[in-house]
Write a protein of this length. Structure first.
Lengths: 136, 193
């Protein structure tokens, strides 16, 4: 019984660990506008969901290791209005994301622009981000 | 002629008498009754209602429709069986009705002594309370705007229209942001402009 309880708790913990942050906070509460990042890597997963989309990607580190990133985007309909569709994504595709790193989670970023392998570039920033001109 | 003088005098006396009697019979102007204490008793703070009631249920509404791209390809998800639609409807109703909880103005913003969740970015509970007290109509407006945004979601659920539910999700988020940027982190929004 005790073992079963522990397994359930572990499973719940694992599920919680992969859930992206959903609570509403100001941009500056979660992301550091003084830490811009440019992530060149491979898309592993895309969640096209309200209220924010999520890009999961891996980048190669200078030491050869791989780093996993979770990138928050604006809402899917906002991205659609800018021409980006869910069908533009495939796992394994090369992507470049410019954004800002998370304050507490160094593997989290808020995306501002997304460049696909075919060269198309899209604004993917959410409301309240820094006034950096990415949306123009 | 003298007869008419007596008649006028009698009429005047009668008029005064009627007025006095009427005045005595009329109830004295009453003081307005003291406002009765509302029958409801808030238990949780606004922060707790958000975290315990609204956030978990609105996430269920949002996550019920969407798409995932991964190594298996593109997978769309939406409520399918009647039970799925019933489940998401329960969550939409919880959110919609929970908006009424936010309209109880004697509900504290956060538990006693609770700090800002993001000091320097989000206001303290005391600062938020001051903003709400200064602008109660604005608070009511944004909360009701949020509640109104659930109406298309409920209609989409009743019509079993997943695209309409997806579109309604965006509007719900907009109303969340409208309220949060006004009362929770107005400084952060101002600094990003």
């Amino acid at each position: 019984m005790k073992t079963k309880t522990i397994l359930v708790l572990l499973a719940a913990g694992a599920l919680w660990a992969v859930q992206p942050v959903q609570a509403h906070h100001a941009f500056a509460a979660e992301y550091d506008s003084k830490k811009p990042v440019t992530l060149q890597g491979t898309l592993t997963k895309m969640e096209w969901v309200n209220p924010h989309g999520w890009i999961y990607m891996e980048t190669k580190q200078p030491d050869g290791t791989t780093k996993k990133w979770t990138v928050e985007t604006s809402g899917p309909n906002q991205m659609s209005r800018r021409g980006l569709k869910k069908t533009d994504f495939t796992a394994g595709m090369a992507v470049t994301v410019k954004g800002y790193q998370g304050i507490k989670d160094p593997g989290l970023a808020n995306g501002r622009t997304l460049v696909l392998a075919d060269g198309r570039s899209f604004y993917i920033g959410s409301v309240g981000g820094p006034n950096d001109g990415a949306d123009r | 002629m003298k007869y008419f003088h007596y008649l006028y005098a009698a009429a005047a006396v009668a008029l005064v008498a009627v007025s006095v009697i009427a005045g005595c019979a009329a109830p004295a102007p009453e003081k307005p009754p003291a406002a009765a204490a509302p029958p409801y008793r808030p238990v949780a703070s606004i922060r707790e209602v958000m975290n315990s009631v609204i956030d978990p249920s609105v996430d269920e509404v949002w996550n019920s429709v969407g798409s995932t791209v991964d190594h298996k390809g593109l997978t769309d998800r939406a409520p399918n069986a009647d039970e799925d639609w019933a489940a998401v409807r329960r969550h939409a109703l919880i959110v919609s009705e929970a908006a009424n909880l936010l309209l109880m103005h004697d509900r504290p913003v956060a538990p006693p002594g609770a700090p800002s969740l993001a000091p320097g970015v989000e206001l303290t509970p005391e600062e938020i309370r001051a903003l709400i007290d200064k602008n109660p109509d604005g608070w009511n407006f944004y909360v009701q705007q949020f509640q109104d945004a659930l109406t298309p979601a409920l209609a989409a659920i009743d019509a079993k229209n997943s695209q309409a539910l997806f579109d309604a999700g965006e509007k719900i988020d907009e109303t969340c942001e409208n309220c949060h940027t006004t009362f929770w982190y107005p400084k952060a929004v101002a600094s990003s402009r």
